[in-house]
Design a protein around this ligand. Structure first.
Ligand code: NAD
Length: 377
């Protein structure tokens, strides 16, 4: 299949959220062109008007294993916006699983609706039936707007769901471990030693992941400067780890060795790049680059960027443990290997003189190509 949906290219390739006009224009090329642009294997729509369930499941690629990705519930402006979102997110999961060395493919689902809806049992059971109809090609989990208790409802209709309460549990400590290990790899590549002792690290967002990351860094003797819009959370890391707090806007301009975005996406953008004064960007947040070109700017400036989906794969590793039946020790070992992954990414980027975000994509794609060739042989 050779898809030619030129105008939809920017829509599915990451970067900023497409406008309604862009989405409509891309659809003028045809629905199948949009789905085919990045070779999604399958898109499924399921509608149960009685309970108001409107769900879309996208399976991007199952070469390496069943497609795993969470269920997002959101009040999309229109159905097309939901479709574009699920196509982008599911593709991202293929890359994340591939680069992390997991035997998983990429998939994701979205439920169009108010994430605070009270009608949860009916909606999530409908979603469970939808997921079950894919017979294990897609495994779901919680994501933005959904919770482990919603997944309990899903599990009444299908066994293809992970992240249930009492199973793999909060992924944040494993994610933080992976980010910490990825940071050490960056330090090794740039400064010749893993050690983060004496380095100044700015951590934006000290929520679930940010807190555990600060703990690792403090134990290693790093100096912490943190921000959060929730002052109580800042106070906790100031008290526990001797961090200094700065304002939410002030964090970008702090002179530091490493900037760790652990709150929001799109924080590497034209404005922040003007003031950012660090040698490494390495954090847990998804979609840190507002646009791919901002990754190019980091590369040109000589700032080492640990690609977000490669360094924050600990969350996926944590739920994969449920699929594979791993214990916590095995998950921690796998998350620790993010160190080797990030070193590999940096090596490839150096060899080819390309930005690290492109090097990560290449590694992921190479693994899928290799697996495809093996299957054919
Ligand atoms: P969280 O909601 O627990 O923490 C995010 C924190 O950021 C909150 O404390 C919030 O108050 C703060 N925040 C929001 N806006 C801010 C701003 N403008 N400036 C400073 N702080 C701000 O979320 P989390 O689970 O810790 O995840 C953090 C990031 O990592 C998210 O982008 C998430 O998508 C990503 N991520 C998380 C995991 C995981 O295992 N939890 C895995 C992969 C990726």
């Amino acid at each position: 299949m050779k898809a030619q949906a030129k105008s939809s290219e920017s829509l599915l390739h990451g970067g900023s959220t497409p406008t309604r006009a862009e989405i409509t224009k891309s659809l003028d090329d045809g629905l199948f062109e949009l789905i085919g642009e990045h070779r999604h294997e399958q898109v499924s729509l399921w509608y149960e008007p009685e309970c108001g369930y409107r769900g879309v499941v996208a399976i991007h690629n199952t070469t390496l294993g069943p497609a795993l990705g969470g269920t997002r519930m959101w009040t999309y402006e229109n159905d097309l916006e939901a479709l574009v979102d699920v196509l982008r997110l599911s593709r991202g999961m293929t890359y994340k699983a591939a680069v992390a060395g997991l035997n998983l493919g990429g998939g994701k689902s979205v439920i169009i609706g108010d994430p605070n809806s009270k009608n949860r049992e009916a909606i999530f059971r409908a979603h469970g039936r939808h997921v079950d109809s894919m017979a294990g090609r897609y495994i779901t989990a919680e994501d933005v707007g959904t919770s482990p208790s919603d997944m309990e409802f899903v599990s009444r209709e299908t066994k293809h769901v992970v992240g249930l309460a009492g199973r793999s549990g909060d992924p944040s400590p494993v994610t933080a471990l992976g980010v910490y290990r990825g940071m050490q790899a960056c330090a090794k590549a740039l400064w010749g030693s893993d050690s983060l002792a004496g380095k100044t690290v700015t951590v934006q967002g000290v929520g679930h992941v940010g807190y555990y990351l600060c703990k690792h860094l403090h134990e290693e003797g790093a100096t912490l400067v943190v921000s959060d819009i929730d002052n109580e959370k800042v106070k906790t890391v100031v008290d526990e780890f001797g961090a200094s707090g700065v304002t939410a806007d002030g964090i970008y301009a702090v002179d530091a060795d490493i900037f760790a975005p652990c709150a929001l996406g799109a924080v590497i953008n034209d404005n922040t790049l003007k003031v950012l004064n660090v040698e490494i960007v390495a954090g847990a947040a998804n979609n840190q680059l507002e646009d791919e070109r901002h990754g190019d700017v980091l590369h040109e400036k000589g700032v080492l960027y640990a690609p977000d989906y490669a360094i924050n794969a600990g969350g996926l590793i944590n739920v994969n443990a449920e699929v594979e039946g791993w214990d916590l020790e095995r998950s921690h070992k796998k998350a620790s290997e993010i160190y080797d992954t990030i070193l590999k990414v940096i090596q490839l980027a150096t060899d080819e003189n390309i930005p690290t975000y492109r090097a990560a994509d290449r590694l992921a794609e190479a693994r899928i190509v290799e697996a495809t060739a093996k299957k054919k042989a």
